[in-house]
Design a protein around this ligand. Structure first.
Ligand code: PNS
Length: 167
């Protein structure tokens, strides 16, 4: 049984994240989507809300025989990975600009826990520019994010931000 952790902020989950999870399902038997608890950041959604949105959104993708669960973690990712008996950490890479930071993290994580590999995955080209940060910014400023996030995420952003009209 191969188990991977897909960690991140997921504030909120985008179709790019879901695309990565779908692709991971071909490689792993189990994927734990792990929302980071980071008290220093000011997220739009609480950790509990992000987990609940993720669970709902996962219902809309094809996972085959792969078991996908949602969890949260605080502190060191590698400590959590060992607790979870994970074989790998999955991170999505969109453009070369992501690579430098991701490489630093992957190498630091390898130093901390050499048995856990980091696997970089590329999402579909259609999502190569999509980030949670940009989705929130565009939505808050009245732009359309249709097709970039699941409809249920749009609905949750609408509840949170009080915006009801969608272009
Ligand atoms: O979605 P994000 O915000 O890019 O995810 C970043 C995340 C959660 C993967 C990273 O911040 C992380 O691993 N945080 C846990 C703390 C930790 O282990 N830090 C050392 C990383 S080398």
């Amino acid at each position: 049984m191969r188990r991977a952790i897909y960690p991140g902020s997921f504030d909120p989950v985008t179709n790019g994240h879901l695309d990565i999870i779908g692709r991971c399902c071909h490689l792993f038997d189990e994927i734990v989507v792990a929302v980071v608890v980071n008290p220093e950041k000011k997220p739009l959604f609480t950790v509990e809300e992000r987990q609940s949105i993720l669970r709902d959104a996962l219902g809309g993708i094809e996972t085959g025989t792969c078991r996908v669960s949602v969890d949260s973690f605080g502190g060191l990712l590698m400590k959590y990975a060992v607790e979870q008996k994970a074989d790998a950490i999955v991170r999505g890479i969109r453009a070369i600009s992501d690579y430098e930071y991701e490489l630093q993290m992957a190498l630091m994580n390898r130093r901390l826990e050499p048995r856990v590999e980091t696997v970089f995955m590329m999402s579909a080209e259609a999502y190569s520019y999509v980030s949670s940060r940009l989705v929130k910014e565009v939505y808050q400023l009245g732009g359309s994010v249709r097709g970039l996030v699941p409809e249920l995420v749009e609905a949750r952003m609408s509840e949170k931000l009080g915006r009801t009209s969608h272009q």
